[in-house]
Ligand binder design. Structure first.
Ligand SMILES: *[C@@H]1O[C@H](CO)[C@@H](O)[C@H](O)[C@H]1NC(C)=O
Length: 189
């Protein structure tokens, strides 16, 4: 195994979901089509919301933010997996791995925060319908979205900095298709 007996590992191996070549072919086609469907679907949502002025209300602003985050989220993991398959390699550098982890968790956090913000928007619309337009102002919407970005970034920055302190030695293969936190923690020594 590459990297064995080294005190510090400079790259990891992403083993992917399967070791059998036929299954790998199938997974490649499956992931490629799911990725393209995700990108295309979310782009259409973004396009529809920006074109139609009836949709320029808070709910659709949040929905377009969610679509944007979803595009970014898929783009942090799937392209790396697909290019590794095409190039026939499995490696990812240590800094690449940490960067990937940073963005994966940031976009996951953002997804969750945006869903919470959308739930709050629904709550105000249903429970305080008469105050809706005075409460859900553009400023508040922008503040909620910006606050979500700031908190998600701080949270993930903290975890990534802690992760960067760990030392890795010996076996450096990640049995996953992207750098997830749990496999990395298991590999640290
Ligand atoms: C995200 O939401 C903000 C605030 O509601 C809005 O101004 C912005 O256009 C949205 N971003 C996208 C990419 O739709």
């Amino acid at each position: 195994m590459r990297g064995a007996n080294q005190s510090n590992v400079s790259e990891f191996l992403l083993l992917g979901l399967s070791r059998q070549p036929q299954q790998q072919q199938l997974l490649f086609v499956l992931f490629l089509s799911m990725y393209l469907a995700t990108i295309l679907g979310n782009l259409l949502i973004l396009l529809a919301i920006s074109m139609d002025s009836h949709l320029h209300i808070p709910m659709y602003f949040f929905l377009s933010n969610l679509s944007f985050v979803d595009i970014c989220f898929s783009s942090t993991t799937v392209p790396k997996m697909l290019t590794n398959h095409l190039l026939g390699t499995q490696t990812i550098s240590f800094s690449g791995c940490l960067t990937q982890m940073y963005f994966v968790f940031m976009f996951v956090d953002m997804d969750n925060f945006l869903l919470a913000v959308m739930a709050y928007d629904c709550f105000v619309a249903l429970c305080h319908p008469l105050h809706y337009s005075t409460k859900m102002t553009h400023q508040l919407c922008a503040l909620l979205v910006a606050g979500s970005w700031v908190i998600a970034n701080l949270n993930v920055l903290l975890h990534t900095l802690l992760m960067a302190q760990l030392s890795f030695c010996g076996y450096n293969a990640i049995p996953h298709f992207f750098c997830d936190a749990m496999p990395l923690l298991k590999l640290s020594c």
